[in-house]
Design a protein around this ligand. Sequence first.
Ligand code: OGA
Ligand code: NI
Length: 356
Amino acid sequence: MVDAQAKNSATVMRLLSDGLNCRSVPHSYIQPLEKRPTNLPSSLISSPHCNQQNYTSPIVDLEHGRFDRAKTIQQIFKAIEEFGFFQLINHGISKEMMGEAMSVGREFFEMPMEDREKLYCDGFEKPVKVASSVVYDREDVHYWRDSLRHVCYPVEESTHFWPLKPPKYREVVAAYSEKVRALALKLLELIADGLGLKSNYFDGELTQMQTILVNHYPQCPDPSLTLGLPVHKDPTLITLLLQDLFGLQVLKDGEWMGVQPLPGAFVVILGFPMQIICNDKLKAVEHRVLTNSSTARTTITTQVFPTKDCTLEPIEELIDDQNPPKYRTLTFQEYFNAHMAARLDPEETIKPFKLH
Ligand code: OGA
Ligand code: NI
């Protein structure tokens, strides 16, 4: 009995979604002044639901497969150059499938604590992992987020790691992650074309890995003191994010810009490894996540990224006298270690690899 209680209280401290029922933000989650979000949109206090009037995100429309290739490539590059991201619509993945994925992700964090606890772990290498914050043991201030992360490629070799509950989780996420992978690879093909590379340039070890990350940001008593995720660039080649409530901000021209959810859209972001191999021709956008005080927010991120031993270096075709390489050669593992050691801070992460 005593043991069970001790075990439970340890778990309560590890995951926010396991009963942290507080009226004020615990001290270890309060961000230092300089990191706190200012000018919070009032929607975070009232309701973070979609506000179409304020809608300014760049959109790329795949027109259900009937898109004009050259025009679409141009749209993608313009969006990435100006905003660092875009919202992808009419991409061929049904709203039903997206909604189901969101439902099972949300349900996972609504289940009783015992069902999640089994998957809790601190290591980064596990094929499935439930955790809280970012690099929990190595940070002074924690972030207001729990997460479920697992491998999902190849799907047949991954599903046995996944949660058994909610009962539909494996079936729904298997179908979803295969569709999203195909979509991510299609986007990478268009990007390769736009860079003047052969269309299948990103096939192989650069995109061999894929994980699903379910982020869960519980309702927070005071969003002005906390962050769901710190300022970061993704450790991926490409990320496709599914969201239905507001919370994501990207840094545009030195200002934080909200990314309002657009029903049925994926938010597409390029990661730091992509920026490195593109020699800054395409950049990974800095982004962060705000919390809100009215409801929990769940997002589903699909991350496509290189194998550990994959070499990252500026692509030869993108280098010339005017564009000398900006980064030294490194492995993805080296990059990822730096990303973690820097607690996701983009400048710190990239320092050891920068040539100028
Ligand atoms: C991420 C991320 C944003 C969000 O998972 O890398 O930036 O709104 N997520 O959950
Ligand atoms: Ni991110």
